[in-house]
Design a protein around this ligand. Structure first.
Ligand code: NI
Length: 169
């Protein structure tokens, strides 16, 4: 297993649309393990493959119920087929440094995806779990949570980021 580098905004790779996975082999399983390790190391609760520069439609999402036992699921080619209700809650992203904001998302979603062996999955998700999946699926389409906040908040964040990057260089 290996910890990969997480790309951060405004890296242009984060704006690319990831390709559908067509080959379900050992390399894909290895990628999923690396993504999980990278996510937990960050630490984070979800990660999309394009955040580590791999343009494939794969996300990992933490589903741990306790601190001691880390559990995650890998979703390949995930699609949100239905959405219901609306909740606003705080969101952050490993690719958007030093920033969180409230974002509106569906409360409940229906998801179709494939597992690491290419078997179809279909399930419903709610609240926090639904929020993470919506956030990660956005990544696969080149979208970040800061695209879903007001233009004013976004421009304030860009200014703040500029200062952070300048003081780091
Ligand atoms: Ni993110």
């Amino acid at each position: 297993m290996a910890i990969r580098e997480i790309l951060t905004f405004p890296d242009p790779v984060l704006r690319k649309t990831a390709k559908e996975v067509a080959t379900f082999d050992e390399a894909l399983k290895q990628l999923s393990r690396d993504m999980a390790e990278t996510m937990y190391h960050a630490p984070g609760i979800g990660l999309a493959a394009n955040q580590i520069g791999v343009l494939l439609q794969m996300v990992v999402v933490d589903i741990s119920t306790s601190e001691e036992e880390k559990k995650f699921i890998s979703l390949i080619n995930p699609v949100i087929s239905e959405g219901q209700g609306c909740v606003t809650d705080e969101e952050g992203c490993l690719s958007v440094i030093d920033y969180t904001s409230t974002v509106e998302r569906f409360k409940k979603i229906k998801v179709t995806a494939l597992d690491l062996d290419g078997n179809p999955l279909e399930f419903e998700a709610e609240d926090r779990f639904a929020r993470i999946i919506q956030h990660e699926v956005d990544h696969l389409h080149g979208k970040l949570f800061i695209d879903r906040i007001s233009p004013l908040k976004r421009s304030l964040y860009k200014k703040k980021l500029k200062k952070i990057l300048q003081s780091a260089s």
